[in-house]
Design a protein around this ligand. Sequence first.
Ligand code: GLU
Length: 509
Amino acid sequence: MSERKVRVRFAPSPTGPLHMGGVRTALFNYLFAKKNGGDFLLRIEDTDQTRYVPGAEAYIIESLKWCGMHIDEGPENPGECGPYRQSERKEIYRQYALQLVESGDAYYAFDTPEELDAVRSAHEAKKETFTYNAATRMSMRNSLSMDKEEVEKLLAENVPCVIRFKMPTDREVTDTDLIRGNVKFQAALLDDKVLYKADGMPTYHLANVVDDYLMNISHVIRGEEWLPSLPLHILLYEKLGWEASRPQFAHLPLILKPVGKGKLSKRDGDKLGFPVFPLEWQDPKTGDISRGYREDGYLPEAFINMLALLGWNSGTEQEIFSIEELCNIFSLERVTKSGARFDPEKTKWFNHQYVSTLDNAKLVELFQPTLAAKNVNVENIDVENIVGMVKERISFINELWDQTAFFFEDPTSYDPKVVKKRWKEAVPGYVTEIKEAIATVEEWEASKIKETVSDLVNSKEWGFGLIMNALRLAVVGGGFGPDLFEICQIIGKETTLRRLENAVQNIQR
Ligand code: GLU
């Protein structure tokens, strides 16, 4: 038998912004596809019209692009199995629901929402939960409990009805999950799920199985929350006669909160101050804005690297992986069964690793929007050199400005703590003498400036540390930054002298 071509899909519902757990699901699908020379599909599961959120699909696509996951087939670049939005595939599903009715594996149910509410309430009053299943279905209004003629009449009159799956009572459904191993379910404990709704739309279960079949999906890799749906899906493949082309399933572990029990939620992010979405999102209804990793200054490479290690490991000590490298070594065998704890501090660490090793030209490109917003004239400034000098000190692109502003602008204030500690009474006099001395330096180079300052400090016995801290405060406005003489060389003689003078005039002890 020839090996089946690997085809996987990421199948989000456009009900809001994509959570980072969703991005991880997409990533594991993508990596698995690339590792196995397969295709990565994007299918938009938008059959639930009541939960549709405008902008969510575009957000999902933009997020995948930002992360560097190329979609082989999807709504924007359809392949042969389109359309890739379930709302546009509406006509496809009905025949399969009818096929199941025909074979006796599904049935029409005419119970109105009010009738269903009434049975539920009656059960609740008796402290019971109502389940539409083998035990109750014969007391409900459906094509199993009603006369054939009556059913036909209702159908002919187009009375609203749904199609439900007739869950067998005598079946144990088993499967070998590629992550969890053998899984087993008793069908008798499951309910008769709606497959096809009164509005002419399939439910998630039917649409998902039909599309995976028609799109020739070989592996379904999805979140653990879908494991309870697995027996129904397996039975659907069986009853539709598609067992031979049924995909293999892999259910990914949950992403856990940084502390405590349970699944990572948006609330954890709000509470502990980290984003849970890849990109910033504005809720179209409330206008509320949720933070995104991109806008918070994370690099997609770092974000992806962090996500890859949430539930997967290479089996080595290595922690830094490029997406290409991950595509070569990823395997489902190394995905863990137990939940993976999210660590926001480690996420920052990953970003630091990437930001501090980014090449200078790329850093300048990412810095450009800030420079433009600050109206900085960089015409005669070697910005590449500047970012190169500070990149070790930053974890986020948006820290670049604070670390480099003094290269572009004179300080407008002086860090009061540093002033208190370093700007001793005699200092303004020393700084004035240093200013006069370095004004004579002809070749304005770090080493020459340093030599002049050192000679003066030594001859006057002022103490090098005291002077360096004072000069730094005058030039930078605080107690930080790279080599001071290099800063002086870059900002130029005139600017250096002006800053020393300004400091002497303006710093109040
Ligand atoms: N539409 C489902 C979701 O939103 C897809 C689940 C699956 O991959 O089967 O996650």
